[in-house]
Ligand binder design. Structure first.
Ligand SMILES: Nc1ncnc2c1ncn2[C@@H]1O[C@H](COP(=O)(O)OP(=O)(O)OP(=O)(O)O)[C@@H](O)[C@H]1O
Ligand SMILES: [Mg+2]
Length: 218
């Protein structure tokens, strides 16, 4: 599903913040991505969803060598990836419902499907009352749940969640993890970046640990 071969990243003329990254994520797997703040978790995820190019090495996504992919092929690859951004990136002028419905509408879903699936999911993440509210009026934890619902609604082949439970309490965090597990059971490959050790220790999934610019698999 995802393979990194000798990948490195640097910003501008700075030092390489990631070096010789080497790992493979099999289809259907569930991994945590851990490491201290600033270790490079968000940077590594950005490489996977093609928002950033490696300064060295090769990245395969869905079996495709991304450095060889043409620019026009990238949107189709990206559409198969659901991303929960660390900073949410919601559209402030759209309601909760419309934010979450966006991937479905882009994929050409009917309004009937939108009305069938979106309210259900919003109910599940505890946002029924906020369905018609716009993001600027929501709390941090509520925005985070909108971002999660938007990332999972289209049942992507690959889900990348960047610190998806950073703004919610433990009870909601476990509920959201359950949502990722359910999606994983339906076939989605999942990567959850977090420094919430409590969460990682409660769930028995392998982890990619980022340390000193390198990944070790445990
Ligand atoms: N756009 C950028 N320009 C320059 N340096 C950057 C940029 N983005 C990240 N960095 C640097 O790269 C390193 C890794 O940052 P990154 O955001 O990937 O870490 P992280 O593990 O996600 O941290 P956190 O847990 O705090 O979210 C940091 O030293 C950061 O300062
Ligand atoms: Mg980060």
């Amino acid at each position: 599903m995802v393979q990194f071969d000798g990948v490195a990243v640097r910003y501008g003329r700075g030092p390489e913040i990631l070096q010789d990254i080497q790992f493979a994520l099999p289809a259907g797997s569930f991994h945590f991505l851990t490491g201290a703040s600033g270790a490079g978790k968000s940077s590594l995820l950005r490489l996977i969803y093609l928002a950033q190019r490696p300064s060295r090495g090769r990245i395969l996504l869905f079996g495709r060598d991304t450095s060889a992919a043409r620019r026009y092929e990238l949107p189709a690859l990206r559409r198969r990836v659901g991303v929960v951004f660390q900073d949410f990136r919601l559209l402030d002028h759209l309601s909760t419902l419309d934010n979450v419905a966006l991937p479905l509408r882009i994929a050409g879903a009917t309004e009937q499907d939108v009305q069938k699936f979106v309210p259900d999911l919003l109910n599940w993440v505890g946002l029924t009352e906020q369905m018609h509210a716009n993001p600027p009026t929501l709390s941090g934890g509520q925005k985070q749940r909108v971002a999660i619902a938007r990332a999972v609604i289209g049942r992507p082949d690959l889900l990348l969640a960047d610190e998806p439970t950073g703004n919610v309490d433990d009870r909601i965090a476990m509920r959201l993890m359950y949502l990722f597990e359910e999606l994983n059971k339906l076939g989605t490959t999942v990567v959850v970046a977090t420094h919430n050790e409590n969460l990682v220790s409660r769930l028995d999934y392998p982890r990619l640990l980022l340390e000193n610019g390198r990944v070790t698999k445990a």
